[in-house]
Design a protein around this ligand. Structure first.
Ligand SMILES: [Zn+2]
Ligand SMILES: [Zn+2]
Length: 249
């Protein structure tokens, strides 16, 4: 009884809306999405590419997506929670303008459900490391979306967040302005390790917002592995469907 009065009071004092459609949504609901938006979310579903988890339209013998066949990425495995379309695309877009805390909570809620659904394990007490932005880009944008998501991953999985390990060595043209092939050359040597002694023998969960060709995440993973990281698992909120990853020339 007291509990339900309290719940009612919280909803009156702190009313909340669905992060996507703004429909009224009880502040006490753990899910920041209303039921309708949740139902329209495009989850990333099997069959998965064994390397990057991209949904495969057809299952080949090696179970790799066209992108991983053309450019095997340097991370050991990747998990993307949603497809980069519809609501997931909107969530990432809104990250730029809206309350970052509630959007981070949207991400961690989705992440948690995805981990439970596919019984994912992250052994070896990995450090959670975001794909960094270059200082210039960071100043332009004011924040690093991957870092916000990485903080959510670390919190949800009770792991250590390390933003002092990986950095951008140089500013690179935006990947979104380049073709698939150019993206792989554009990011070559783009990262460096700030603290090489710390990373040796460490398992890492690398976090980024969206995976398209995987070029950036792969280069970041290569940098970590060259410095001695034992295993790199990639987690992204969204992944582009095969259609846009298949362009390799
Ligand atoms: Zn909604
Ligand atoms: Zn793949």
């Amino acid at each position: 009884m007291i509990n339900s009065i309290w719940t009612g009071l919280v909803d009156i004092v702190f009313p909340r809306n669905c992060v996507l459609c703004r429909a009224w949504h009880p502040a006490t609901a753990r899910d920041p999405l209303c039921p309708a938006c949740r139902a329209s979310l495009a989850w990333n579903t099997p069959p998965f590419c064994v390397r990057c988890s991209r949904h495969l339209d057809t299952v080949s013998e090696e179970s790799l997506c066209p992108s991983c066949r053309a450019h095997p990425p340097h991370f050991d495995e990747g998990w993307a929670i949603t497809r980069y379309e519809g609501p997931a695309r909107e969530i990432l877009h809104k990250f730029k303008f809206q309350d970052k805390t509630s959007l981070r909570r949207t991400f961690t809620t989705l992440l948690n459900q995805f981990i439970t659904r596919y019984d994912l394990r992250f052994p070896g007490d990995p450090w959670v490391i975001p794909v960094p932005l270059h200082g210039t880009r960071l100043r332009e944008r004011g924040y690093n979306q991957a870092a916000l998501l990485a903080a959510g991953v670390a919190e949800e999985l009770s792991l250590t967040l390390r933003e002092d390990i990986l950095e951008r060595a140089r500013s690179t043209p935006r990947q979104s302005e380049l073709g698939a092939k150019e993206r792989w050359t554009n990011v070559k040597g783009a990262f460096r390790i700030k603290n090489p002694a710390a990373i040796a023998g460490r398992a890492v969960i690398l976090v980024d917002d969206v995976l398209t060709t995987a070029a950036t995440a792969s280069e970041a993973a290569k940098t970590l592995k060259d410095a001695g990281a034992s295993r790199v698992t990639l987690i992204t909120l969204a992944i582009a469907p095969c259609g846009s990853c298949a362009i390799t020339s």
